[in-house]
Each structure stands twice: as structure tokens, then as C-alpha cells.
Design a protein around this ligand. Structure first.
Ligand code: ATP
Length: 452
């Protein structure tokens, strides 16, 4: 696995990720996804949606607002409670998340300690890792929700940017039942941006203030919690392997009872062995009936499910899987960007599964003299629903192969002088590097059969 500096410079150089707001001198810890990054991100989201929503018989998809009625965040327990402990070094002014500092310097899990206890240990025993001095503020609450405001008649109203997509799902639970004839057990998935004013964003795109989540809320009867929790544990494992991640780099961590979030009865985190060490990739939680009960109480709307067949009414329980697109993106690149020996030289190759590759194929004229004919073939292939393909001229064919290997393009198709006569092209496979001569008319079928 490459180190994080190599990965960042690779992603910047190739057009996957740019530093945010760079022409204005940047904005700390913000990143923009370039053309290839946007394509890869879309492919990750599509794969998630295919796997968890489209290929399931009882899962629906939603697209709810980023700004919701602020009561939603009172009912969910976020207002006033969604805080992290922040502590500052008075000497060099560096800010830390207190529990992370304790974990990092003393290897103690202090996530559930009171702010006083965290302050006491840090002030007594920890030097600032940046300036080595020991002069700390108190640890104090840092509100994670981003506030904004909207005008309601003549008054300003405090509104929040959602810190998770899940609440939009819970508040539409009844709408989905009423309009889609949904019957328990069923699920609702949502993909979208979430925002958290993290105390210490960092580790590249691992922790940022805005990010995208892939969340699935599965509504069940209480007694079925264990069964569906285990089912989703298995589904998550298959999904992660289908993205090309290696089992050996994935760790499953049962969160101990004392560290559970306020809404959770059980949580299992999946951690990935990133270049900077293990970090949370996703979580699966048994949220019990916490969310629907609270929304029911706060809104005065009954969110009971009426099981007409058995004539019973109850508040469903929820099994949630929640993952971050950027963390999956970083794990996939860390895992699949390889430098391989190719004869006397080396090549960088991004071994993405076909479904994730930004470009499925690249069309190359052997020399610029063949540009027009090769470009006609390219334009024709664009109409064949192969997915994104590109056209690459100039430079030696070997160098062009390398360029495409490095961005994960699965097939390179070379149009040469013989192609004018025999209506064939040479197609080269990214992973095996085997080249075959095939009929132009068969390109689509060949790709479909060899996409892997
Ligand atoms: P962490 O402990 O790393 O802060 P969390 O437990 O608060 O994460 P959840 O609330 O469970 O995270 O969110 C679900 C998923 O959303 C996480 O597993 C992660 O993939 C993603 N995620 C959460 N916060 C961020 C962030 N600031 N930047 C990028 N992705 C994030």
C-alpha cells in the first residue's frame, strides 16, 4: 500500500481530487472532486444503490432535504447534544479533540469520559504534540451541527444543515407506507451530503466538514432485530469485497455498551486499514424504536405501523447501515493503486473492478495520421452504451497504455493501418496486458464478455 502523501499527489496529478478553493489560496481541509474523482464517486454510489436498493425486493429510495424543520433535530437528540470535546493549546493555539488526544497520546479510550475528567488528565499528563508545551484550556463542548438561518415572517429562524441523511428517512416513514404500500420488513435508502463542523478535520478526505453518506434504514419488528442485524453484517461484508477491498484490511469492531451512541442498542463498526492506520469506514446499528418514538412524540403524529394481517400496531425497530462515500473512495484507492513490474520498467495500475472504473475503454490511433478514422470509431462507440470511454492520441502507444492503466481504464483499443483494411483493432486488457485482434463490429460484445 502506498503512503498517504503518494496517494494524495497521485489523485491530484491525475485529476481525481483538487485542493478546495485553490485559486483563492484554498480552504483548509476541503477538497473538490475532479472529473475522474466525480466519476469514481458516482460509480461507488451507483454500486451501493444497486446492491442495497435496486436488487432488493422491499427497499425504497428517497431524496430528502438537507435543511429540515429544526424540530427534527430536537427529536433526534442532536440539538444541544451532538457535541465533541474541544481543547486548545494556549501556547501554539492548536486545537484538538480532547478524547482523540488522550487516545493518541495515552492509548486510552476516553470517548465517554466527562469533559472535566478529560481536562484533568490532559492538563496533568499530556504535552501539546505540536509545541511540546503543557498549557491547556478546559475541554468544552463544540457543537457539530452547522447552523444557518432562514427568515420566517419577520423573525430569523435557526436552521441546521443535516449531520446525517437518516432523519429525512425517519420523518418520511409514514409517507412511504401510505404511498408505496410498504409492508414490514422493508427498508429505505438515501444517498446524499451531510455536514459536521468537525473539531479536527483531517487525514485528507477521511474526515471533512461536508461528506456524502450512504444510509439504509431497515424497519422491522422488535423480535427480528438480531436476525436482520446479522443479515446486514453479511451483506456489508459482501459489498466491501465486491468493491475490491481485501478482507485482511477490514476489521469488525463491536462497540462496547458504554460507548454506544444515545440511540443505539448495538453497533458494529467496520474499520479499514488506511495508510495512516485503522479508521472507521462504516457502522451498523440497532437503533431500536428510538427514532420513530421520538418523532412521534415531538410531532404528535402517530408513527405506529398497522399490521393488518395480524391485527397489531407497533412502533417498528430499525437496523441502520451507514457509510461514507469519501472513506470508501479512499479505501478503494489505497487498496487498488499498485506499482507493478512490467518487464524492465514499472507501471502504476489502478485495479478497480470494471463497474468502478471511470473510463471503460480508451480509443487510440496508432499514429496521428489515423486520427480521423480512429475518431470516427470513437464517436460510433459513444453511441453504443458502453459507459464512458475516451480518445487518446499522441505519444507512443506504450506511454498511452501506462496513462490509462494509472487511471484504471480496463481496455485500450488501438486503431492501426491494418484496421483500415481488415476492420479489426487491437484490444489490450489492463490487468493481463494481453492483446487480441478483434473485429470492430465485436468490440461491444468483447467488452461485455471480458469485463470481469
Ligand atoms: P467518527 O467516529 O469517525 O467521527 P462517526 O461514528 O461519528 O464517525 P457516523 O455518525 O456513524 O460516524 O456516520 C456514519 C459514516 O459516515 C461513518 O462511518 C463515515 O463513513 C461517515 N462519516 C462520518 N463523519 C464523517 C466525516 N466528518 N467525514 C467523512 N465521512 C464521515
Amino acid at each position: 500500500m502506498k503512503d498517504i502523501k503518494e496517494i494524495i499527489s497521485y489523485l491530484k496529478d491525475k485529476g481525481f481530487i483538487y485542493s478546495g478553493s485553490s485559486i483563492y489560496g484554498g480552504l483548509a481541509n476541503s477538497w473538490d472532486f475532479g472529473p475522474l474523482g466525480a466519476m469514481l464517486k458516482d460509480n461507488i454510489k451507483n454500486e451501493w444503490k444497486k446492491f442495497f436498493v435496486d436488487k432488493q425486493e422491499n427497499i425504497f429510495h428517497l431524496d430528502t432535504g438537507i435543511i429540515l424543520n429544526p424540530k427534527v433535530w430536537e427529536a433526534s437528540g442532536h440539538v444541544g447534544k451532538f457535541n465533541d470535546p474541544m481543547i486548545d493549546c494556549k501556547e501554539c493555539k492548536t486545537r484538538f479533540r480532547a478524547d482523540h488526544l488522550i487516545e493518541q497520546e495515552k492509548n486510552i479510550d476516553a470517548e465517554n469520559w466527562s469533559f472535566e475528567k478529560q481536562t484533568e488528565l490532559i492538563q496533568k499528563d499530556i504535552k501539546c504534540p505540536v509545541c511540546q508545551k503543557q498549557n491547556w484550556t478546559e475541554a468544552r463542548a463544540f457543537e457539530l451541527m452547522f447552523k444557518t438561518s432562514g427568515s420566517k415572517t419577520s423573525e430569523e429562524e435557526t436552521l441546521y444543515l443535516r449531520p446525517e441523511t437518516a432523519q429525512g428517512v425517519f420523518i418520511n416513514f409514514k409517507n412511504v407506507i401510505d404511498t408505496m404500500n410498504a409492508k414490514i420488513p422493508f427498508g429505505i435508502g438515501q444517498v446524499g451530503k451531510s455536514f459536521r463542523n468537525e473539531v479536527t478535520p483531517g487525514n485528507f478526505i477521511f474526515r471533512t466538514k461536508e461528506f456524502e453518506q450512504l444510509e439504509l434504514e431497515f424497519f422491522i419488528k422488535e423480535n427480528d432485530s438480531q436476525k436482520y442485524f446479522n443479515l446486514y453484517l453479511d451483506k456489508i461484508k459482501s459489498f466491501l469485497l465486491s468493491l475490491g477491498l481485501n478482507k485482511a484490511n477490514i476489521k469488525q469492531e463491536e462497540v462496547d455498551k458504554d460507548s454506544l451512541a444515545h440511540y443505539s442498542k448495538r453497533t458494529v463498526d467496520f474499520e479499514y486499514n488506511f495508510p495512516f492506520g485503522y479508521g472507521e469506514l462504516l457502522g451498523i446499528a440497532d437503533r431500536g424504536s428510538f427514532d420513530l418514538s421520538n418523532h412521534s412524540n415531538f410531532s404528535n403524529e402517530s408513527l405506529e405501523y398497522h399490521d393488518q394481517k395480524n391485527n397489531e400496531k407497533y412502533i417498528p425497530h430499525i437496523i441502520e447501515t451507514s457509510m461514507g462515500v469519501e472513506r470508501l473512495f479512499l479505501a478503494i484507492i489505497s487498496e487498488l493503486l499498485k506499482t507493478e513490474q512490467d518487464g524492465e520498467t514499472e507501471r502504476d495500475v489502478l485495479k478497480l473492478p470494471y463497474t468502478l472504473t471511470p473510463y471503460k475503454a480508451s480509443i487510440m490511433p496508432l499514429t496521428n495520421k489515423l486520427e480521423e478514422e480512429a475518431n470516427n470509431l470513437f464517436k460510433d462507440l459513444l453511441t453504443k452504451d458502453l459507459g464512458p470511454i475516451n480518445f487518446l492520441k499522441g505519444g507512443s502507444i506504450g506511454k498511452r497504455y501506462r496513462k490509462q492503466d494509472a487511471i484504471g481504464t480496463m481496455f485500450c483499443i488501438t486503431f492501426d493501418f491494418d484496421s483500415l483494411e481488415d476492420k479489426k483493432v487491437t484490444i489490450r486488457n489492463r490487468d493481463t496486458m494481453i492483446q487480441e485482434r478483434i473485429d470492430i463490429a465485436n468490440i461491444k460484445t468483447y467488452i461485455e464478455q471480458n469485463a470481469g
